[in-house]
Design a protein around this ligand. Structure first.
Ligand code: PMP
Length: 388
């Protein structure tokens, strides 16, 4: 292909696509790809296999011909199972027409459709900083604007921090607890206050609870992950199966909330994803009966070893859930997080610099969803680099 033809293709690309910046992540991956045997603490998915009961149910789903389109809203058996779960977990009643559930192509699918259904050009979505990378991208794809709620240094997105950011253009507030990249879990009082604020100011609250099961015992309240859905029905609750059951590649999530919003999201799903993967829907219909407690407890112990590793070495806010630590690069090093992450790569350890998740570049995210021997090696190297 000639240079002229290349230039032509580039000039065809939309501002929407060009406006999304992947340079930060790409740089880490490019540097990491050159390593022969990296200690990869950059991974955002569990290191345990899918439980056999779920694998077998999904294989059976294929063998019994659940391979075609499902209803756009979702396969009936999974919809029922999610509704029961929502009722027992947050007390929502799906008997009336006020609330609905839709099964989506991953949690990402639910979030994208929510942004598309809610934002007009110029509308604002308030998201916490640091944030999961796709949030600002989704706001932009939908033509809206991400407004960042600075949560440093404790990473708590509170009503007090959100309220001054609300304008007449604010359409939605998005919270993520347990959070990526910080692992911070909001308290029941905090989510209740945010729900009340959003109700008072007439904005829709979206709660991304993809890590709900990975809420460690010390951050649980009433035995579970604090959710605003327990205090309001004026919110979209987004959860997924990928992290909980180790099947991120199966692309399955769900969203529950006010019927008028879910209906519009369903229309958009019909004209985009069409439906979530059929075999995964049928295979995961019984997933809530599989007890993941021992695995979550194992992750909690890893979380404790991460806390121990940085004790007295670097600031690390205690993660109450998920499987990440967001560690502050010690000031005496005089490095940005990107520079520190590059230095760690020179020692074969992959982390993700804060600039990927934030307007600031002061922390690195490490994932402890990796084999314990690798984690110990990685923590030892990072600690040495931070004390050097
Ligand atoms: N939300 C958060 C906070 C995440 O960390 C992730 C995945 N890393 C997602 C959503 C997307 O998950 P899924 O694979 O279900 O699309």
């Amino acid at each position: 292909m000639t240079t002229t033809q290349m230039t032509n293709f580039e000039s065809m690309i939309s501002d929407r696509a060009l406006g999304i910046d992947v340079s930060g992540i790409r740089r880490v991956f490019e540097l990491g790809a050159k390593l022969a045997n990296p200690i990869n603490l950059s991974i955002g998915q569990p290191d345990f296999p899918v439980p056999d009961a779920i694998k077998n149910a999904t294989i059976k789903a294929i063998q019994t011909n659940h391979n075609g389109y499902t209803l756009t809203q979702g396969a009936p058996q999974l919809l029922r199972s999610v509704q029961n779960r929502m009722t027992s977990d947050v007390g929502w009643d799906f008997e009336s027409d006020d609330l609905s559930v839709m099964i989506t192509a991953g949690t990402s699918g639910a979030l994208l459709l929510a942004f598309l259904a809610l934002l007009n050009p110029g509308d604002e979505a308030i998201i916490g900083d640091p944030y999961f990378v796709i949030y600002p991208a989704h706001a932009q794809i939908a033509g809206g604007t991400a407004v960042y709620c600075d949560t440093y240094p404790d990473f708590r997105m509170t009503a007090e921090r959100i309220e001054p950011l609300i304008t007449e253009r604010t359409k939605l507030v998005l919270i993520n607890s347990p959070g990526n990249p910080s692992g911070v879990v909001l308290s029941e009082q905090e989510v209740r206050d945010i729900a009340a604020l959003c109700e008072r100011r007439g904005v829709l609250l979206i709660s991304d609870e993809i890590y709900d099961e990975f809420t460690y015992v010390d951050a649980r309240e009433n035995g579970t992950c604090p959710s605003p859905a327990r205090f309001t029905e004026r919110c979209l609750l987004v959860r997924g199966f990928g992290k909980t059951y180790g099947c991120t590649g199966w692309r399955l999530g769900y969203v529950a909330g006010p019927t008028p919003v879910i209906q519009q999201m369903m229309k958009l799903q019909q004209y985009s994803f069409v439906c979530a993967p059929s075999m995964a829907q049928v295979g995961l219909a019984g997933a809530f009966d599989v007890d993941m407690g021992d695995l979550v407890e194992r992750y909690r112990r890893r979380r404790d070893s991460v806390l121990e590793a940085f004790d007295g070495v670097a600031d690390l806010v205690k993660p109450g859930g998920a499987f990440y630590g967001f560690v502050k690069v010690p000031a005496h090093l005089g490095l940005t997080a990107t520079q520190f992450a590059e230095r760690a790569i020179e020692h074969s350890v992959l982390t993700i610099p804060g600039a990927v998740f934030s307007q600031s570049d002061t922390h690195v995210r490490l994932s402890y969803a990796v084999a314990e021997d690798k984690l110990v090696q990685g923590l030892t190297i990072l600690r040495q680099l931070m004390t050097a």
